[in-house]
Design a protein. Structure first.
Length: 177
């Protein structure tokens, strides 16, 4: 048991959370979007809160990070990469491509179409068709980590560490095709 709490924390892969609950090895578990269907399908589990509830608004947990010297040395290749990535994201999010996108996703993940019903919908993780990150939550998460002494010092993400010009160039390149 944690010295300050009345619970025991168990580390396990997210894919194993349902089995942990079902076997009685855990009483509560965090659930990633891709596994939510399995929990809901049992009829025995409900969400207590979401990440959005916990952090008080939108959260941005996945974003591209590169050093400025790397960007300077490889800018054209990065823009090409991001343009291709943007085209792919737009294609997967386009409702006209839903059947094909679902078939690709099912084949790649080896999950059933029923388990993947959430993908590329409002129930999935947010994806900007133009790859634009939601920057304020990144700053909020850094500030929270500093206040909890998880990070040694605060940095100001804007204007020092955010360069959306790569995305703008990738969008212009893609839109010009």
């Amino acid at each position: 048991m944690s010295p300050d709490n009345d619970f025991v924390e168990i580390e396990a892969d997210f894919a194993n959370m349902l089995a942990m609950l079902e076997s009685g090895k855990a009483d509560i578990a965090p659930v990633m979007a891709q596994f939510n269907h399995d929990f809901v399908a049992t009829g025995r589990y409900r969400s207590l809160f979401t990440t959005t509830d916990a952090v008080g608004g939108a959260d941005e947990t996945l974003f591209w990070v590169m050093r400025s010297d790397f960007i300077a040395a490889h800018r054209a290749a990065i823009v090409d990469f991001m343009s291709g990535h943007m085209a792919g994201v737009r294609w997967f999010l386009d409702p006209a491509n839903r059947s094909a996108a679902m078939a690709i996703t099912a084949q790649f993940t080896k999950q059933t179409p029923e388990a993947l019903a959430y993908v590329f919908t409002k129930d999935d993780v947010y994806r900007s068709p133009d790859l634009l990150p939601v920057v304020p939550p990144i700053q909020r998460d850094i500030d929270t980590a500093v206040s909890m002494k998880m990070l040694p010092a605060r940095i100001e993400v804007i204007p020092h560490y955010v360069d959306l010009s790569l995305i703008a160039d990738a969008k212009a390149q893609l839109d010009a095709r």
